[in-house]
Design a protein around this ligand. Sequence first.
Ligand code: URA
Length: 435
Amino acid sequence: MITAYEFINNKRRGLEHTAADIEWFVKEYVNGAIPDYQAAAWLMAVCFNGMTDCETCTLTMAMARSGDMFNPSLGKFCVDKHSTGGVGDKVTLFAAPVCASCGVYVPKMSGRGLGHTGGTIDKLESIPGFKTALDYDKFISVIKEAGFAVAGQTGTLVPADKKLYALRDATATVESIPLICSSIMSKKLATGADGIVLDVKVGSGAFMKNEESAEELARAMLRVAELAGKKCTAVLTDMDKPLGRTVGNSIEVVEAIEALKGNSPEDFRDIAYRISAELLGLAGYGTPEKCFEAVEEAVTSGRALDAFRKMIELQGGDPRVCDDYSLMGKAKYSMEIFAEKDGYINGIACEETGVCALLLGAGRRTKEDSIDMTAGIKLDVTVGDKVNKGDRIAVLYTSGNSDMQEIADRFSKAFSYCDNSVIKRKNVIKILRNS
Ligand code: URA
């Protein structure tokens, strides 16, 4: 029998916890016997002293088992994807219907926006009538009919992560590899997919700022997946600039629909097609090249868009949005941003873009805030583009009371310029597989 004090002290001194102690900690924290201040002290000790692979796996499994273990017995191989969080990341809205249209089920439980990063659930709720609170039976029936469903995480799924994540967010203990790994993988294991693709973001807009730390996180998550008997692939992708040309909610849904119609900017195409192909690969679709061709075919044939329409309809939304974007509403106000000098766009500060979108109303400043679905940022340019002073480079949108001029001044500074052409970063940086 250990006390919370001894548990914290062991990690502070850099000792390795036993499996029994970790399981005890998770159980007692979730049932309220260990207070937040003791859990916070332990989290900080983990940030400084880390955890072994064995500790990380035990923590992940204990967290996964802290609530319902979802087991969609759908009779088919199911895949799931998870992004470590980014700006303008609408990949799920593309990849899930593509897989569904290729006959691979995607039971997707997604989150809301977090800090400067957006959330799939918020984006989808910009579609009139769309419901993300689905009970189990409805979730399963939508998957069976449309091939995929996207629901908000229920309160009974991984309550340990719910509590620990909120505490980490408030105590500067988010950026720790074993803690991020256990947070993400506990949710993936509890939702019961057979194969998982992890989109590990790298760059200034991501939790992992460089390739080394992103690869370390990816390898930790692959090890946990392997021990849990899940096929898993980690794709390291660039998050040094916003993904695609839009950041917001309805504006991102429109960009995703356009991508399903075959129109996407290069960075989004590279990443979304590769992740979709990796998901198909886990489901036994064949070589990476064959999977990639299947993704292209799902788009050009219109089948992926049909799957998206079907899912919208089954989840209570208006599928006509796929053809008439005005049904998602229009922002009351807009403001154009112009290039401040001649030259090449050298960078678009990613986190700053996310924060400006949030200030326009696209995200929450506090947990209780509601979202302005029409708010966001449309980029006319990307890194490497040549511009002349005075060219329009972006448009800001809001329907709220935000001080647009102040946000515009701030956002203008997110762009950096240089005189010579820019060597672009790779969109897909590396792929790591455990199978
Ligand atoms: N996403 C999560 O779900 N958890 C983390 O800790 C970080 C990103």
